[in-house]
Write a protein that binds this ligand. Structure first.
Ligand SMILES: Cc1cc2nc3c(=O)[nH]c(=O)nc-3n(C[C@H](O)[C@H](O)[C@H](O)COP(=O)(O)O)c2cc1C
Length: 299
């Protein structure tokens, strides 16, 4: 099925949730530009989530999504808000949404799961997810091990629900490539780090712009594998073998990056950072990504 039809959006472009970054200002800008903005709930309380939903609904009539990153410890407290006041789409990531997926669907919310491999994609399809985001390891933030180019076609042939490609997509050529691989749409994170509406320190945006094709590195293992820009912190993390020291250095490091702390921040970003050249309104980023993308795709 066409993603635009499934999500009631004009363009098959999703702004991937970014922890503590994809706040209402960015979500509103993306959804008003015809894409799908996705709100982060990292660090949210039930009250702050309610306030964020109110802010978004006051500023756009367009659909939007909410991310539940299942490593978060606040999921149980946020779920009742999303059940009482349903949103169009919930994106689950980094965990198994089985315990609550059906209750969201019963409330009228579509659930889309971010997955790192074919096995989990099949599991999410069987559980009733409306679509999956096949996220390759080119992505910024927490990543799996398989790359977008190999992951998307294999997931697309393994499941009957729409597959959204993510990881390394930040140009219209990348979007068209994703469709050629069998995707029904794309999820983009890194390219939106340099959106005018993204509430991060200008230093973070400038570091993304300055990065070249070789500008990111992966630190950590298992559930802690994270891709970020090469900075003094990643240099330290790469040589740290003691797990307590690693956790101490990493804890709170994204927030420090958001505040522009170059020495101690984890400036999460994907490999496509090398293609980012300037700060622009989210609408311009979406229009550029969508250039040449077929508007009518056969079901
Ligand atoms: C700074 C940053 C933070 C992210 N945080 C989250 C998150 O909290 N939850 C999530 O599901 N994905 C998160 N992601 C992944 C994005 O939603 C998206 O899938 C990914 O960025 C796509 O790859 P790209 O960075 O190459 O565009 C994050 C990505 C970045 C760059």
């Amino acid at each position: 099925m066409q993603l635009t039809k499934l999500l009631h959006v004009q363009k098959p472009i999703i702004q991937g949730a970014m922890a503590q970054i994809s706040r209402p200002e960015l979500v509103i800008a993306v959804s008003n530009a015809g894409g799908l903005g996705v709100l982060t709930t990292t660090g949210s309380t039930p009250e702050s989530l309610q306030a964020d939903l109110k802010t978004i609904r006051a500023a756009t009539k367009q659909p939007f999504g909410v991310n539940l990153m299942l490593q978060q410890t606040n999921i149980d407290s946020l779920l009742p808000v999303l059940l009482a006041d349903p949103v169009p789409v919930v994106f689950t990531s980094a965990g198994n949404p089985a315990p609550f997926l059906q209750s969201l669907i019963n409330a009228g919310t579509k659930v889309i799961s971010v997955i790192p491999n074919v096995k989990i994609a099949k599991k999410m399809a069987a559980l009733g997810a409306s679509a999956v985001v096949a996220e390759g390891a080119e992505s910024g933030g927490h990543i799996g091990t398989e790359n977008t180019m190999v992951l998307v076609p294999q997931v697309a042939s393994a499941v009957d629900i729409p597959v959204i490609a993510a990881g390394g997509i930040g140009t219209s050529a990348g979007v068209k490539a994703a469709f050629a691989l069998g995707a029904a749409g794309v999820q983009v994170g890194t390219a939106f780090l340099v959106a005018k509406e993204t509430p991060i320190d200008p230093i973070y945006k400038q570091l993304v712009i300055k990065a070249d094709d070789n500008g990111t590195v992966v630190t950590g293992t298992g559930g802690d594998r994270v891709r970020s820009l090469k900075t003094p912190l990643t240099t330290k993390l790469l040589v740290t073998t003691d797990s307590a020291t690693f956790s101490q250095l990493s804890s709170g490091s994204l927030l420090r990056a958001i505040h522009g702390d170059v020495d101690h921040g984890s400036f999460m970003a994907g490999e496509i950072a090398g293609a980012m050249t300037k700060i622009r309104p989210a609408k311009e980023i979406i229009d550029d990504l969508n250039q040449g993308v077929p508007t009518i795709i056969e079901d």
